[in-house]
Write a protein that binds this ligand. Structure first.
Ligand code: G6P
Length: 612
């Protein structure tokens, strides 16, 4: 939640900051602001609303400074307003700060600062930070850079919670300090200028070389140098990492929206995920993973833990893990798992899935599993993300940057990687090798089958345009089709604001059928052969009660009376969730478009949820 961006160099900072903020808006978009260092001190411009609204704030056109910080907000403490927007300054206007994260003890810090004579202009947790810096700075006998750095370090010691911070000061007009703890921040670098951001894609058009900070490491930036310090303020050395993503990958590339582009990128993102891991000399090899047969033989339980769409990817792979690896597998929501004292020990293998690698609940759940002695594998799409620093092993989906808030290509890449993981585990355990070979072949055919699913877009659009005014839409499925229904329903509610629920079709008669009345839309997903007839019967029950039905299937359903049948390519039930979700992603997309909504930035949501 919240995006931060920074620039220090020789060019005017303002357009670079705005450009970065526009790309980070998916992280929060209820207010925005920038501060630059001008000849007469810090100039701070902020406003409620989108980044583009900031461009009409008086004075922005006069900013000439070549050092600046920016923020786009997803409100936690205090409503969206100009006062609560970042950057926040201390009372003497010497320090300006942008912050992503949450300061849990801000109330006591604020009270303490008030008792020392500081006053506050906002309701935010962040405003204590510049004032604390000012307090420690005034108390310090140090000189030069170290004085600034030490005031920031002393401040960080006081903060409980998570933070990625950028700090500029009118006393240091050629410098900036950045630090992070449990919130993302990267530093893009070139010989004479540096870019700071919450994520890599936002600044990918400026540089491909990045420094990643660990928790409580500081970077002291000048135009032509960066010095790194640990929390004892000892200088440390770091090596920049080169990122392979192209800048074009973070652009819309001719598509109307990022979401549509990302839906259409799925054949490529799945191919790249397969290509990076699977089948070298006929065997599954997972880059970054090295588990022995002896260790796997001690495992009696797998937990998959994640939030939102990533959790649904786990559900879609429970069956393949249980049936191919013969290990009982449980899928849990991270925010539940972390507080329910789950039964875990060294014989449990815990897999955590997070596209961003920054989701607070997933990271906390991972830490818990480690404390209890389990081995942990993180699946992420973002190299160097926080989760990778915590897990025993991190394996990457290669979906490329996903910008739209509603996750699409990350989801299918996660399923693909989990499928490959299941094959890897079975091969290592030397069990079910005949089934492994069959699934391996199937996985390689998936990208072209996804292309076939994408070709169904006109049919999906036609149906979407008929039902976009509905108030409720229900999804039904059994087995893996139930997990796909959950994801299809989530996609729809996220971006169309239509109320939607997914039910295991067998549960219909235990309550949900009371909601079915004349004209209501019910979508059935039917790809698990031995369950098709049963779901068809359940659909018949809703048709009898007047429902309109859309069916997504790879089976021949004969002449059953459905309003629309979308026929997807055949595949075994292990891999069909990758295919059945494609028309459902398109369905949500076209409904949202028809309603004239902002597909990429749905209301109240943020792509990366770094708070509980
Ligand atoms: C948010 C996003 C979802 C995403 C979930 C988990 O809710 O809006 O699209 O599935 O977080 O995110 P992660 O980065 O951990 O996969």
């Amino acid at each position: 939640m919240c995006g931060i961006v920074g620039y220090i160099g020789t060019q005017k900072a303002e357009p670079i900051l705005i450009n970065g903020l526009l790309r980070l808006e998916y992280r929060g978009y209820d207010s925005a602001g920038i501060a630059t260092i001008e000849n007469n001190g810090i100039k701070n411009i902020k406003n409620k609303g989108r980044v583009n609204d900031l461009l009409s704030v008086k004075g922005i056109e006069n900013l000439k400074g070549t050092i600046g910080i920016g923020h786009t907000r997803w409100a936690t403490h205090g409503k969206p307003s100009s006062e609560n927007s970042h950057p926040h300054l201390d009372n003497s206007n010497t320090f300006a700060v942008v912050h992503n994260g949450i300061i849990e003890n801000y109330a006591e810090l604020r009270k303490d600062l008030e008792s020392k004579g500081y006053h506050f202009l906002s309701e935010t947790d962040t405003e204590v930070i510049p004032n604390l810096i000012h307090y420690f700075y005034n108390k310090s006998n140090l000189q030069g850079e170290l004085k600034f750095l030490s005031a920031v370090n002393e401040t960080c010691k006081m903060l409980k919670g998570s933070f990625a911070l950028e700090i500029i000061s009118s006393d240091y007009p050629d410098s900036m300090i950045v630090v992070r703890k449990d919130s993302p921040l990267v530093i893009g670098t070139s010989p004479t200028e540096h870019y700071i951001s919450s994520d890599i894609p936002a600044i990918l058009s400026f540089t491909k070389d990045f420094y990643l900070l660990n928790d409580l490491e500081f970077a002291y930036l000048s135009r032509n140098s960066i010095k790194f310090y640990d929390s004892a303020l000892q200088e440390i050395s770091k090596t920049a990492t080169s990122i392979e993503w192209s800048a074009a990958a973070a652009e819309k590339d001719g598509f109307e929206d990022f979401m549509l582009k990302e839906i259409y990128e799925q054949p490529k993102s799945i191919r790249e995920t397969i290509g990076s891991h699977i089948i070298k000399d006929g065997k599954c090899i997972i880059d970054g993973l090295d588990l022995s047969k002896e260790y796997l033989q001690t495992i009696n339980k797998i937990f998959i833990v994640a939030c939102g769409t990533a959790m649904h990817a786990g559900l879609a792979c429970k069956t393949v893990l249980e049936q191919i690896c013969e290990i009982s597998t449980e899928v849990d929501i991270a925010s539940e798992f972390r507080y329910r004292n789950p039964l875990i020990n060294k014989n449990t293998l815990c897999i955590f899935i997070s596209q961003s690698g920054e989701t607070a609940d997933t990271i906390a759940a991972l830490k818990l599993a480690r404390e209890k002695g389990a081995k942990t594998i993180a699946i992420s799409n973002v190299i160097g993300s926080s989760i990778s620093r915590e897990a025993d092993y991190t394996i990457y989906t290669h979906a490329g940057p996903e910008i739209a808030v509603a996750s699409t290509k990350a989801y299918t890449a996660q399923i693909m990687l989990l499928d490959i993981l299941a094959l890897y585990l079975a091969e290592t355990l030397e069990i079910n090798l005949d089934k492994v070979e069959i699934i391996k072949k199937e996985l390689l055919e998936i990208p072209s089958k996804v292309e076939e699913c994408l070709a169904l877009a006109p049919e999906v659009k036609e149906f979407a345009n008929k039902v976009y005014k509905e108030k409720d839409i229900f999804f039904l499925g059994r087995g893996l089709d139930y997990s796909s229904s959950l994801e299809a329903s989530l996609k729809l509610k996220e971006i169309s604001y239509i109320h939607s629920d997914a039910y295991a079709a067998g549960e219909l008669k235990h309550g949900p059928i009371a909601l079915i009345e004349n004209g209501i839309t019910v979508i059935g997903i039917l790809t698990v052969p031995h369950l098709v007839e049963k779901t068809v019967s359940n659909l018949q029950e809703v048709i009898t009660r007047g429902a309109k039905t859309l069916i997504v299937t790879n089976q021949d359903l004969g002449d059953k009376k459905f309003d629309k049948v979308i026929r997807i390519p055949e595949a075994s039930e292990y891999v069909s969730p990758i295919l059945s979700i494609i028309p459902m992603q398109l369905f949500a997309y076209y409904i949202s478009k028809e309603k004239g909504l902002d597909v990429d930035k749905p209301r109240n949501l943020a792509k990366s949820v770094t708070v509980e």
